[in-house]
Design a protein around this ligand. Sequence first.
Ligand code: UD1
Ligand code: BG6
Length: 371
Amino acid sequence: NKGTYKHYMQKEIHEQPESLNTTMRGRLIRGGSSNGKNVLLGGLKDHLRTIRRSRRILFIGCGTSYNAALAARPILEELSGIPVTMEIASDLLDRKGPIYREDTAVFVSQSGETADTLNALEYALDNGALCVGITNAVGSAIARKTHCGVHINAGCEIGVASTKAYTSQIVVMAMLALAIGGNTISNQSRREAIIDGLFDLPNKVREVLKLNQEMRDLASQLVAEQSLLMFGRGYNYATALEGALKVKEVALMHTEGILAGEMKHGPLALVDENLPIIVIATHDSCFSKQQSVIQQLHARKGRLIVMCSRGGAASVCPGGASRVIEVPQVEDCLQPVINIVPLQLLAYHLTVLRGYNVDQPRNLAKSVTTE
Ligand code: UD1
Ligand code: BG6
């Protein structure tokens, strides 16, 4: 049921404040003087000790689920101190990449039925790794075959392009990082800031959704373009990849997500006064590096659209030339949840304006159950 919305993708973008609330319900603890703020993931509590002892954590997924894991990787590494490696499921299988008993393999899948991810799970089980699922569909193959896991509880997602599952996956993996990281004196204030940030996140998503009309206007300016680039780094490298995936899969416009640190190793050659470039430059520890990326793109007359933290337009706009998208600022590791929303809206409006099928993009399926 689409209610008052025209498309499921539109509905699912706009229901993210509620889906995130459901994802976190009963899993965040605030108050109780003895243990303060904490997270409780019922499905993992008996396995946390094993996970903490693992030599490596592998994130394995496809498409949007892979991007969500990429967004969560920095905070998991920071809080756990365990090396985290990223695997696209098909590539792991193509290489027969080594997996050991001392590994924890985390399988991220909205549907829980993606063939490549499921085959990678069988492979990791055969190799003796602890296998953890992050799934939306209760009772799905991946949820059943993993040793343990967390349901993201985002509610049924119908649009082929994943939106609300993406933000719920990131939130669950941030909670996973908090759970694995445990409570030490040295990281206590960081943990508390993240937990406070999680509590407030649905409100901040509600705020960023107010950019709907602005993104519609931007879409109308970009509607006839052939190509679009998105630059991100750090926590928001994933945002660039996922934003590009959204535009490409539904609006059928060639869009590339680029790691800003790689700009000079090729992508810079594409820059001219015609090609639109979205640069994600919200406030975090990478901000000054992104400022210099913006300056270099500007020096080559790049057609810039800069996403920055609210009130930060002056610091990202050399000569006032760029168009800016100002978003609310949240804790750095949660910022990808905010930053993807305007890009989801952009992809949606571009698709409608270009006259393509929003909920059922050509050639694509919601769940890819063959290799
Ligand atoms: C569970 C209940 C929830 C109830 C809550 C109360 C289910 C599905 N969930 O939620 O209805 O309100 O207790 O305490 O009944 N799992 C996997 N792989 C996955 C996902 C999950 O093995 O990919 C396993 C978990 O390890 C766990 C079970 O499935 O044993 C349920 O997981 P989850 O729904 O996340 O657990 P709770 O949040 O505790
Ligand atoms: C398909 C979907 O390609 O599978 C994507 O169209 C999704 O939206 C991908 O990201 C992976 O699916 P899942 O269910 O494993 O997360």
